[in-house]
Design a protein around this ligand. Sequence first.
Ligand SMILES: *[C@@H]1O[C@H](CO)[C@@H](O)[C@H](O)[C@H]1NC(C)=O
Ligand SMILES: *[C@@H]1O[C@H](CO)[C@@H](O)[C@H](O)[C@H]1NC(C)=O
Ligand SMILES: *[C@@H]1O[C@H](CO)[C@@H](O)[C@H](O)[C@H]1NC(C)=O
Ligand SMILES: *[C@@H]1O[C@H](CO)[C@@H](O)[C@H](O)[C@H]1NC(C)=O
Ligand SMILES: *[C@@H]1O[C@H](CO)[C@@H](O)[C@H](O)[C@H]1NC(C)=O
Ligand SMILES: *[C@@H]1O[C@H](CO)[C@@H](O)[C@H](O)[C@H]1NC(C)=O
Ligand SMILES: *[C@@H]1O[C@H](CO)[C@@H](O)[C@H](O)[C@H]1NC(C)=O
Ligand SMILES: *[C@@H]1O[C@H](CO)[C@@H](O)[C@H](O)[C@H]1NC(C)=O
Ligand SMILES: [Zn+2]
Ligand SMILES: [Zn+2]
Length: 620
Amino acid sequence: MYTSILKSILAFAGLGATLACDDHASHAHTRRTVPVRPPTRELEWGDINFIHTTDTHGWYLGHQKSSAPEPNYSGDMGEFLSFAQRMKEKALKKDVDLLVIDSGDLHSGTGLVDGSPSNSVLGHDALQLLKRVPYDVMAIGNHELYNYSITLDMHQQFAPSLKGRFLSSNVNITVNQGGRASSVPVGSRFAKFRTRKGRRITALGVLFNFMSNDKNTTVQRPADMVKESWFLDAIKEEPDVFLLVGHMPIQAGNDWPLVFNAIRAVHPKTPIIILGGHSHIRDCNRLDGRSVSFQSGRYMETVGWLSVNLKPKCNITVGRRYLDANRATYEFHTGKSGRQLDTKEGTALTRDYEGLANKYNLGFKYGTAPRDLTLNRSPFPSNTSSPSVLGSQAVPYAISVNKTRANIPNLVIVQAGSQRYDIFAGAFTRNDELTASPFQNAFMYIQDVRLGDAKRVLSLLNGGSLSGVPNTTGSVRRALGRGEERQKAIEEMVHGGPEYNHWVQAMSRASDEEEMERRVAGGLTPGYVTQDSCPGIGDDTPHVPIGPFFHVPTYVSSNPPSGTDDTRIDLVFVDFIQEDVIEGLNAIQSERVFVLGDVRGYTTVLLRDVWGVYAGFAWV
Ligand SMILES: *[C@@H]1O[C@H](CO)[C@@H](O)[C@H](O)[C@H]1NC(C)=O
Ligand SMILES: *[C@@H]1O[C@H](CO)[C@@H](O)[C@H](O)[C@H]1NC(C)=O
Ligand SMILES: *[C@@H]1O[C@H](CO)[C@@H](O)[C@H](O)[C@H]1NC(C)=O
Ligand SMILES: *[C@@H]1O[C@H](CO)[C@@H](O)[C@H](O)[C@H]1NC(C)=O
Ligand SMILES: *[C@@H]1O[C@H](CO)[C@@H](O)[C@H](O)[C@H]1NC(C)=O
Ligand SMILES: *[C@@H]1O[C@H](CO)[C@@H](O)[C@H](O)[C@H]1NC(C)=O
Ligand SMILES: *[C@@H]1O[C@H](CO)[C@@H](O)[C@H](O)[C@H]1NC(C)=O
Ligand SMILES: *[C@@H]1O[C@H](CO)[C@@H](O)[C@H](O)[C@H]1NC(C)=O
Ligand SMILES: [Zn+2]
Ligand SMILES: [Zn+2]
């Protein structure tokens, strides 16, 4: 039922996916079959207002594909800069405050930040351009901490441009100062400043308790941070507003209440605004009547709007809106149509990001993808599921390019979680490759493994049934345990944890058929349908849910070669899981003891290169 409805949505949405840049006042007179739908509701403004981005992950040229829902997020960073400037002009006219805030994770996501030449720091060039966006406060994310050279770049080359408002309250870097190693905050621990209207702000930038950070970077647990004397000193003086920006989800179970309570213990009534991030979803809730917590999605899909009215000694009143990041949105809310939206600075930023993409050769085309391949919006296995096509077709082809062992049958195992983003019908470029599959893991193999054992290792890794396993205690549990931990770390790295998938799943489950059909009949296109804990409707543009959502196993494999259980094959896998594979093999058979020395390199093709190699063959 759902699938058939979705099909009609997709067919409908496909009719006119081009983006309108013209005057939306003249929409009624255009000949477009499916007019681009601008939002219809004006934003609420308060005494103090916020434009919020988080988890932008290098999506600075916008979403460029024509498959749904991508056109809805086609606004680029130059257009966002124009939008921010125009909204600041509007705020000036209304004589209210407007702050532009980002909650971290600037790195990892697209070719602009993952495709830097090997002699430069990943993301450096893209972030030098990002400095032009008039952010008032920014906070550090976990993706700024996986590689010391990136953290150092943030500390030396990026943070200074924020003039004390790049915040890293609980994150330090160890640097060489006068021949001595010393640990210092990456940016600033806190900032106190006045808004244009003279409101006193005390801002903090808190990262969740992140543990996979690189050596010579330090993340202090928020629980310990709130006991620090610098923290207690910083919050002692009462501002008009505490602004807690940080890379930490606002959903229950995270550490915001620790920071909130520490402030409430001193200031029971001062307004506290929390702008969170990391879990990649749209969300809003309130810890008490004088505070609000807000989070604005991911990947420059969502631009958050939060308006707050302050009345001394009273609860604050709050309005929030999740804007789809595209020109129609920006034009509607600025009241500037067509080219009037663009500022000189905005246009220059778009041009310079395009220049950077050219410099990195991100437009290089490997082939033309025949259809959309999605991570979770297609059944598994199927030829529209990217993990499925990865395991059954792309990897087997890409590793067969090395002729050395090409005529020895093999089974290859890859983590589905290594894939970061959907692949869309149309040109498949270097940027798409880096976006979809960023990891530079090598393919390794063990020769002369029994086919039956190879298959059982796969089901063991996937936590499947262990029938026929001689002894599943001890090492196997350890292998699984380690695998699970690693899986969690991968999930955190790739998607900011499991919340995003849960969110998308819940929105397709929650919508009843009638409501769906009404929305489809009303011409709504696929997108996020947010249900948060703040009153009223949060989404600026109504949509039908992008679901359905399909589960994919943790590990995917090639189709097993023919043969009996005793047929000897090459068991091929990514280096990342070699210890788990060895422990698994030793747990399910006793004929031979496998050791790391049995593992050899299979090919020079890396996991990250697979789609490009495959596209050059299958999608030409
Ligand atoms: C949103 O995306 C749909 C395709 O899913 C497209 O038809 C529509 O025009 C887009 N809207 C905007 C404002 O870009
Ligand atoms: C960190 O980045 C540098 C420069 O891009 C690279 O040479 C190095 O291998 C990376 N280190 C790790 C641990 O990934
Ligand atoms: C950390 O940085 C200091 C100072 O640059 C250096 O001496 C030390 O070797 C580094 N530690 C590690 C574990 O890399
Ligand atoms: C962070 O740096 C400050 C300033 O050097 C230092 O006092 C503090 O102990 C460091 N904190 C951590 C958790 O390393
Ligand atoms: C303030 O907000 C709290 C929490 O939502 C509520 O319990 C309380 O009644 C509100 N007070 C007033 C005066 O509205
Ligand atoms: C994809 O799978 C569907 C359903 O199994 C099938 O009808 C279709 O022919 C397949 N397409 C290709 C190109 O393999
Ligand atoms: C299974 O392994 C456990 C722990 O390693 C050991 O105590 C037990 O004797 C083994 N059982 C068999 C049947 O080998
Ligand atoms: C091919 O595979 C062998 C291992 O069998 C490896 O030593 C060699 O480097 C590979 N060659 C290429 C071009 O990947
Ligand atoms: Zn993120
Ligand atoms: Zn994150």
